[in-house]
Design a protein around this ligand. Structure first.
Ligand SMILES: Cc1cc2nc3c(=O)[nH]c(=O)nc-3n(C[C@H](O)[C@H](O)[C@H](O)COP(=O)(O)OP(=O)(O)OC[C@H]3O[C@@H](n4cnc5c(N)ncnc54)[C@H](O)[C@@H]3O)c2cc1C
Length: 486
C-alpha cells in the first residue's frame, strides 16, 4: 500500500514537495484553506485586469528549469517566458532615474555614466557574485539545514570572511555613488533583511539580478502555479481548496491525522507548507518546538501595503518593474527593522505588467501594482491605507511627470490584516523569515519536527528561505527528508 502524505497549504513549497513525493510513490493530498491555490502567489482579477497578488519578479530561471526537469518537463511546457528589456527602472528624484537594461554590458555603461571607473569594479563584483551563485544556488541551498557541517566544503572554506562581512560593507568598499550603492543593495531586499545585516556571501543575488536577468511569464506569475497544478494533477495528487486544517493529531509522539472541516483525515506523514508559527499552534502546546519568545526575537521579512489599480490609459515614463528610491532608504529601513512603525516617507515599488503583457489589462489601459514594505504587525486601518495611497500617488505623479489620479478606474488594497487572515501569517509578514547570518541554513526553523515524529515543515519560514526559487527548493528538500525516513 502506498503511504499517504497530507500536505497543509498549496503555496510554491507545498506544491513542489507534493510533486516530488508523488513521483516517489506516495499518495499525496493537499488541504488549502483558501478557495484558490498558490498561497502568497494568488491572483486578483477585476474588470478585465489581472494582478499577481504576491510575487512579480521572476529571478533565477535556472531554479525553475531544474524543478521541472526533475519531472522530465520544461517551464515552456507550461508557460511562456520573456526576458524583460529593460529589466527595471529606478527613480531617485524628479528627472533623475537609472534604467537597468537586460545585459551586463549595458548595465556597465549605465554605471560608467553615473560614476566614471565604476564599470570595471562592477564587472569584478559580478564575477565574484557568480562564483557565490554557483556555490550557493547549485549546491548549498539544496542541503537540508540539518547540520552546520553541510556548509563546510572546500569552496566555502575559502569564503568564510564573506559570512562575517555584509553586502553593505562590500558594496561600499568599491562604490561611493549613493545611487549605485542603492541599486546594488536592492536585490538582498528579497531576502528580507537590510543589506547591513546580510552576509556578503549573498551577493549571489546581484548575479541573479545583473547576470541572469529579470523574466516574466506571460499571463503573470500565477501561470507558474497553474503549471505546477497541471504537473501535480498528472501525478495523481488530490488538491482540496476551502479546506482549513484546524488541528494536527499526535498519538505516541507521532503525527497521525489532521482535522479539516470537522473531519479527521489520517496520514502516514503530515507536511505543512503553511507559516511555521501557525502550524505549531495546531499542535498541543507541549509538542511545539519553538516558544512565542523564539518567534518574537526573530528578524522577519517585512509585511507590505499593496494597491492593485486599474488605469483607463497607458502610463508614461515607467517600465514593467519600477522602483521609487527618492526618499531616505535608511530611515525607511529603521522604521521597518528597528522601530516597528509606519515609515514617514516610504520608498515604494510599482509594477505595470500590462506594458509587456496584454493579458494584464484591457487594450489601451494599464494595470498597476504598488507596494510599500512595512514593519510586520503595524496598525492597519482603511484610513492609514488611504493616507499612504495619496502619499505615493503624489510622488508618483511628480516623478513620472503625469496625472494618473484622474485616470484611476479602481484600486484594491492589501495589508497586514489580509496577510494574517488569508495565510495565517505571523504578524502579517509578507515573505517569511529573513536570511540574516543567524537565520541561515541550519540556524533556521527545521524542516523536520524535533518533537513529533512524521511531522515536517516546508516554505519560506524554514530552509532555505524567502522567495519563489527558495520555496521550490524547500519543497524538494523536505520531500527528500521524508523519503529518507522510509
Ligand atoms: C507581496 C509579495 C511580493 C513578493 N514578491 C516576490 C517576488 O517578486 N519574487 C519572489 O521570488 N518572491 C516574492 N515574494 C515571496 C514569495 O511569494 C514567497 O516566498 C513564496 O510564494 C512563499 O511560498 P510558500 O509555499 O512558502 O508559502 P505560501 O505561499 O504562504 O503558502 C502557504 C499556504 O498555506 C495556506 N494555509 C495557511 N494556514 C492553513 C491552514 N490552517 N490550513 C490549510 N492551509 C493553510 C495558505 O493559505 C497558503 O496558501 C513575495 C511575497 C509577497 C507576499
Amino acid at each position: 500500500m502506498k503511504k499517504k502524505v497530507a500536505i497543509i497549504g498549496s503555496g510554491f513549497a507545498s506544491l513542489a514537495a507534493a510533486c516530488y513525493l508523488a513521483k516517489d510513490g506516495y499518495k499525496v493530498e493537499i488541504f488549502e484553506k483558501n478557495d484558490t491555490i498558490g498561497g502568497r502567489a494568488r491572483q486578483l482579477k477585476k474588470d478585465g485586469f489581472c494582478f499577481d497578488i504576491g510575487p512579480t519578479w521572476y529571478w533565477m530561471p535556472d531554479v525553475f528549469e531544474r524543478f521541472f526537469a526533475d519531472f522530465g518537463k520544461k517551464p515552456s511546457d507550461y508557460y511562456e517566458l520573456e526576458k524583460l528589456s529593460p529589466a527595471y527602472k529606478v527613480f531617485f528624484g524628479d528627472e533623475d532615474s537609472i534604467t537597468i537594461e537586460d545585459s551586463l554590458d549595458k548595465i556597465c555603461a549605465a554605471f560608467e555614466a553615473e560614476e566614471p571607473g565604476s564599470s570595471m569594479k562592477l564587472k569584478e563584483f559580478i564575477k565574484e557574485a557568480k562564483v557565490n551563485y554557483d556555490i550557493a544556488i547549485k549546491d548549498l541551498v539544496y542541503r537540508p539545514g540539518v547540520s552546520p557541517l553541510e556548509l563546510v566544503t572546500p569552496t566555502t572554506a575559502g569564503k568564510i570572511g564573506q559570512f562575517f562581512s555584509t553586502i553593505s560593507k562590500e558594496v561600499r568598499k568599491e562604490f561611493s555613488n549613493t545611487k549605485l550603492v542603492q541599486i546594488l543593495e536592492f536585490p538582498v531586499l528579497f531576502l528580507g533583511a537590510k543589506a547591513s545585516n546580510t552576509p556578503a556571501f549573498y551577493s549571489f543575488m546581484n548575479y541573479a539580478d545583473f547576470g541572469l536577468g529579470t523574466w516574466h511569464p506571460k499571463g503573470g506569475m500565477y501561470k507558474v502555479i497553474e503549471g505546477m497544478e497541471e504537473l501535480a494533477k498528472s501525478l495523481d495528487i488530490k488538491i482540496n481548496t476551502n479546506s482549513p486544517v484546524s488541528e494536527i493529531f499526535v498519538e505516541n509522539d507521532t503525527a497521525s491525522a489532521i482535522q479539516v472541516n470537522g473531519k479527521k483525515i489520517k496520514a502516514h506523514y503530515i507536511l505543512s507548507g503553511a507559516d511555521y508559527h501557525h502550524t505549531e499552534t495546531l499542535l498541543p502546546e507541549y509538542k511545539r518546538q519553538y516558544k512565542e519568545s523564539y518567534w518574537q526575537k526573530k528578524t522577519f521579512a517585512p509585511s507590505a501595503l499593496l494597491f492593485f489599480a486599474g488605469f483607463d490609459k497607458k502610463l508614461e515614463n515607467v517600465t514593467h518593474h519600477t522602483l521609487f528610491f527618492d526618499t531616505d532608504f535608511e530611515k525607511h529601513a529603521k522604521a521597518i527593522y528597528d522601530d516597528g512603525e509606519w515609515p514617514e516617507d516610504p520608498l515604494f515599488y510599482a509594477s505595470f505588467p500590462s506594458i509587456t503583457d496584454d493579458a494584464a489589462a484591457p487594450k489601451g489601459k494599464e494595470a498597476g501594482t504598488f507596494l510599500i514594505p512595512l514593519a510586520p504587525d503595524v496598525e492597519d486601518t482603511p484610513e492609514i491605507r488611504e493616507e499612504y495611497f495619496q502619499k505615493i500617488m503624489t510622488r508618483f505623479e511628480s516623478l513620472t511627470n503625469q496625472n494618473v489620479s484622474d485616470h484611476l478606474l479602481f484600486k484594491e488594497s492589501y495589508c497586514v490584516k489580509d496577510f494574517k487572515e488569508d495565510y495565517n501569517s505571523y504578524k502579517g509578514n509578507a515573505y517569511g523569515l529573513a536570511n540574516t547570518l543567524l537565520q541561515t541554513a541550519f540556524l533556521r526553523p527545521k524542516l523536520k519536527s524535533k518533537k513529533v515524529h512524521k511531522l515536517f515543515f516546508t516554505g519560506q519560514l524554514s530552509v532555505p528561505g524567502p522567495g519563489v526559487p527558495p520555496s521550490l527548493i524547500s519543497g524538494k528538500l523536505v520531500a527528500g527528508l521524508i523519503q529518507k525516513e522510509d
